[in-house]
Write a protein that binds this ligand. Structure first.
Ligand code: SF4
Length: 295
């Protein structure tokens, strides 16, 4: 475990990721922790969220699939194929399980733009799979921009008529926005569900322990903003508001969490925030870089 402090001044009431993981481990030692079945379903996207999760470290992916959950199926990683995979996937319907979904739902021509496999001789669309598995799951977690609100898959002109997971399910869907989703946002949400049930959510159904505070309010360049000292070009070390930074409208904890095992994040690397954790990304966040925003 890293010694890094995840606590956030605005989230003092919320359990942080490290503390949740420590409780999971303690309960395992005492034999009172109950593993649940987990299914990871990839729909229309780029696999960015499963790749991000594989890069997680606190805890890592191996811990997730060996200690925290019975990892039943993942169509992005499975070494099985054909009927075997489909039997594994739909076999979970008879049990209690959590459904994690990455990618948007392609709806054009009744979902034919995304076929995830053949089951008993019949083609199974991503649309059918997410509806079937989503209605019976104990919890559904939509992961990343495409699953939560359409994201890049639904960006103009949206040829496959992609929509969010919530749009096809008549039930609560916990949403972890971001492009991609940080491994901790998923692991922390999952740990909370396993220990206490659903975490406290905002009005978009995002866990408040990660999505409560604007990037702008915890940005290390905030003092430049307050003094009106703005970067004029990429690479300048001052506030990037006039280059189009979306930190002032984006709720997420990147400034205190950082990425790639906690070493860096866009603003630390002189890149304006592009608002990937906000609903409507990417279309509503364009242009990503602007030299004219406040002139
Ligand atoms: S760089 Fe962006 S997030 Fe940071 S203070 Fe400036 S506008 Fe706000």
């Amino acid at each position: 475990m890293s010694n890094r402090d995840f606590s956030c001044p605005d989230d003092r009431e919320s359990p942080n990721t490290i503390r949740l993981m420590e409780i999971v481990k303690n309960q395992m030692k005492q034999g009172i922790f109950k593993k649940m079945n987990l299914v990871w379903l990839e729909l229309t996207g780029c696999s960015g969220n499963i790749i991000s999760l594989l890069n997680g470290s606190n805890p890592d992916f191996i811990y997730l699939i060996s200690q925290m959950t019975n990892f039943i199926s993942c169509n992005s990683l499975s070494v099985n194929e054909g009927q075997d995979v489909m039997e594994q996937l739909f076999g979970v319907l008879e049990s209690d399980y959590i459904l994690a979904v990455e990618g948007a739902v392609a709806t054009k021509d009744n979902g034919l733009y995304n076929i995830i496999g053949r089951y008993n001789g019949r083609l199974i669309t991503a649309l059918e799979a997410v509806k079937t598995l989503g209605e019976k799951a104990k919890h559904v977690i939509a992961i990343g921009a495409c699953a939560t609100h359409g994201g890049v898959s639904a960006a103009r002109p949206n040829p496959a008529e992609c929509i969010s997971v919530q749009s096809v399910l008549n039930r609560k869907v916990i949403k972890l926005t971001g492009c991609p989703c940080h491994p901790d946002w998923f692991m922390g949400t999952l740990a909370h569900i396993l220990l206490y049930g659903e975490p406290e959510l905002d009005h978009f159904d995002r866990p408040l322990m990660f999505y409560s505070t604007l990037i702008h309010d915890r940005c290390p360049r905030r003092s430049y903003f307050d003094q009106g000292i703005f970067a004029e070009k990429l690479g300048d070390k001052t506030c990037m508001f006039k280059l189009g930074c979306r930190g002032p409208v984006t709720h997420i904890d990147c400034p205190i969490r950082q990425w790639n095992q906690y070493v860096n994040w866009p603003i630390k690397d002189d890149t304006p925030c592009i608002g990937c954790a906000q609903f409507g990304f990417p279309d509503l966040m364009e242009p990503f870089i602007s030299y004219n925003t406040t002139r």
